[in-house]
Design a protein around this ligand. Structure first.
Ligand code: HSE
Length: 395
């Protein structure tokens, strides 16, 4: 199979490395893969030894216009040019491998319907969980089950930041730069720290799990930007870690989906997921709880998932239609106002109304921390009004 790789950033270079170094092994496993083109505007990079630099090009149109290329590997990210390239490749009958979570989460109907119509493979294992297999398990291995719920840590950058802050007594900004240097963060890291990347990923997982199309804009999404070292320390002293938890569960007729910074009890496995690692717990009605754990971001781990998809395409998988969730049925999502739970609220003044509904209150310097009993998010926000606050769910 002849492929064209578009985008040679962190993940793209990782894919080149595996394909070049493991070419023989992959061939022995039945996948004969030839890199016909590797496309990027910048050719001044450290390429793997033995990589054939004559395959380097700058214009992706060359790949799209070459009938000899069976499969394109889109690794530029974002949802403008990437979308154009993917749709054009599908129209030309090429398979598409992508790690682009934003694109799949935002435009599944357009992309999947086109792929189904043109009868090509479109694989996106690397879009969620980096190197962890999670898309294929939901589509294949767990297909017998009605999925009851999914919860997990699916943004490596946020988990790395929270772990580093907690273990090394560092403040947020210092650690964010570190995560960017390590190649974990998105090109625009606000996608990570504001919870948007995790929302894209839980959108894809929930769509697969419940076999309906989830509107990513309707997901309750909060990031980790307001978390201070003092929050982590207080949580720690009370037997909790703070994690950015993405969750989706079936709820009568609707599905509740959220991304929220959360106090996770130390007894919970998820509280021990550290650094760039991700973990996704999937509960099915027959299988019970399953847990997928591994590196959720970074060059090699993500490239491992991309190459697995390339091999799958090279082996000419035939279960094309089953690689998609149902784009004919829209999921009904629980609105933000319907969410309820116990919350950790840090605020700069006392609130008598919060005192009444809290089981614990702490004070750190000029700030008050309320641990509320179960309350509707809407009611809590009404009480807090226009005051600056930081809000975390308590699991
Ligand atoms: N920025 C993403 C993360 C990369 O940190 O999880 C992997 O999708």
């Amino acid at each position: 199979m002849k492929i064209g790789i578009i985008g040679l950033g962190t993940v793209g270079l990782g894919v080149l490395e595996i394909l070049v170094n493991e070419s023989k092994n992959l061939k022995a496993k039945g996948a004969d893969i030839e890199i016909k083109y590797a496309c990027d505007l910048d050719h001044d990079k450290v390429f793997p030894n033995n990589f054939d630099k004559t395959t380097l090009i700058k214009n992706y149109e060359t790949i799209l216009n070459d009938p000899d290329v069976d499969t394109i590997v889109e690794l530029i990210g974002g949802d403008n040019l990437a979308k154009k390239i993917i749709l054009e490749a599908i129209d030309k009958g090429k398979n598409v491998i992508t790690a682009n979570k934003a694109l799949i989460a935002k435009h599944p109907k357009e992309i999947f319907s086109r792929a189904i119509e043109k009868d090509v493979n479109l694989f996106y294992e690397a879009s969620v969980g980096g190197g962890i297999p999670i898309i294929a398990p939901l589509l294949e291995n767990l297909v017998a089950n009605n999925i009851l719920g999914i919860r997990g840590i699916i943004n490596g950058t946020c988990n790395y930041i929270l772990s580093e802050m907690s273990h090394n007594d560092l403040e947020f900004d210092t650690v964010l730069n570190d995560a960017m240097e390590k190649g974990y963060a998105e090109a625009d890291p606000s996608f990570d720290i504001e919870g948007i990347d995790a929302a894209h990923k839980i959108c894809i997982l929930a769509s697969l799990a419940f076999n309906k199309t989830v509107d990513v804009k309707k997901i309750l999404t909060n990031g980790i930007t307001k978390i201070k070292l003092s929050d982590l320390k207080l949580a720690e002293s009370l037997g909790y870690s703070i994690k950015l938890i993405a969750a989706a569960s079936q709820n009568n007729n609707s599905i509740s989906i959220s991304v929220e910074p959360t106090l996770v009890n130390k007894k919970d496995l998820l509280s021990n997921v550290e650094g760039v690692f991700n973990a996704v717990e999937v509960e099915g009605d027959y299988v019970g709880k399953t847990l997928f754990y591994g590196r959720g971001a970074g060059k090699e781990a993500t490239a491992s998932a991309v190459v697995a998809d390339i091999v799958k395409a090279a082996l000419k998988c035939t279960y094309k239609d089953r690689h998609y969730f149902n784009i004919e049925e829209d999921a009904i999502l629980l609105g933000e106002n319907e969410f309820s739970g116990k919350y950790y609220v840090r605020v700069g003044k006392t609130f008598p109304e919060l005192e009444k509904i809290s089981y614990q209150i702490e004070q750190i310097a000029e700030e008050y921390i309320y641990f509320t009993n179960t309350i509707k998010l809407k009611e809590l926000k009404n009480i807090l009004g226009n005051e600056e606050y930081s809000l975390l769910r308590i699991n």
